[in-house]
Design a protein around this ligand. Structure first.
Ligand SMILES: [Zn+2]
Ligand SMILES: [Zn+2]
Length: 258
């Protein structure tokens, strides 16, 4: 059954990625340049990361999921509620925890070294959602394992959350223009492309804010929702403008001293 779910995750990932990629040609807000070389560059990240992440998936996440569910470890198992309540609660706990993980990635110097690679991109489109240093992904696997054990996350819920998380990441990184009104209301609930653009500005006030992954409620709850100046939203990335491309340069980035 896990096999079916994981294949479903891959299917959703690939199909929606190319739907967003195609939509960007018709409804873009920034007219991102060099789209195909960006696809190639960030696609290299995706392939490289998929291969490396097989190891923590097979030897850490899957065993932890199985052990937790077989032995009924964790908060949700203690509470022993019906399927619906358990799923909603589990979903909220995961999204809340991912909010804090992302926030920690920005305030902790060690974690920022890895997460910075995502922010070195001076533009932002759906391909940016593929751009993560494998170090960050490995650390996030360790974090996820702790969450699964602590909260007693069911296998189906975990994979469902992962699917939604990757679709949300594709959507909010995509260079798609929503109508202002639609964006205004939607961003009160979920992260929209404009909302996440605030997080990719060079300007620190909005970059060190807007951390939500799926639900924006956490930013409102913990006072980290900050609308960027429209001018700032046009200047994305970090002060470091030279390192956005170059695969090896990006892999080495966390281990350099500047
Ligand atoms: Zn970030
Ligand atoms: Zn991002």
């Amino acid at each position: 059954m896990i096999d079916v779910l994981l294949n479903l995750k891959l299917l959703f990932f690939v199909v929606f990625f190319f739907i967003f990629f195609a939509l960007e040609f018709f409804y873009n807000q920034r007219n991102t340049e060099r789209k195909f070389s960006r696809l190639l560059f960030h696609g290299t990240f995706a392939i490289f990361n998929t291969i490396i992440m097989r190891i923590p998936s097979l030897f850490l996440l899957l065993p932890i999921l199985l052990i937790t569910n077989e032995n009924k470890f964790g908060l949700l198992n203690i509470l022993n509620q019906n399927f619906l309540v358990e799923s909603i609660l589990g979903f909220l706990l995961l999204d809340f925890s991912f909010y804090w993980f992302h926030r920690l990635n920005h305030v902790n110097n060690f974690l920022w070294r890895f997460h910075k690679v995502h922010h070195l991109d001076t533009q932002m489109d759906v391909t940016t959602s593929l751009r993560f240093h494998f170090g960050e992904l490995i650390i996030s696997s360790l974090y996820k394992s702790v969450l699964i054990l602590l909260f007693g996350i069911p296998i189906v819920l975990f994979i469902f959350y992962e699917i939604l998380l990757s679709l949300s990441a594709q959507f909010h990184h995509s260079d798609i223009r929503l109508q202002d009104k639609a964006d205004h209301y939607l961003s009160k609930i979920i992260v929209t492309p404009k909302y996440h653009t605030n997080h990719h500005t060079v300007a620190l006030t909005s970059r060190n804010a807007n951390y939500a992954s799926i639900l924006t409620i956490w930013d409102y709850m913990f006072f980290s929702q900050k609308e960027a100046d429209p001018k700032d939203r046009e200047y994305l990335g970090t002060q470091d403008r030279e390192k956005q491309f170059g695969f090896i340069t990006n892999l080495k980035e966390p281990f350099t001293d500047n």
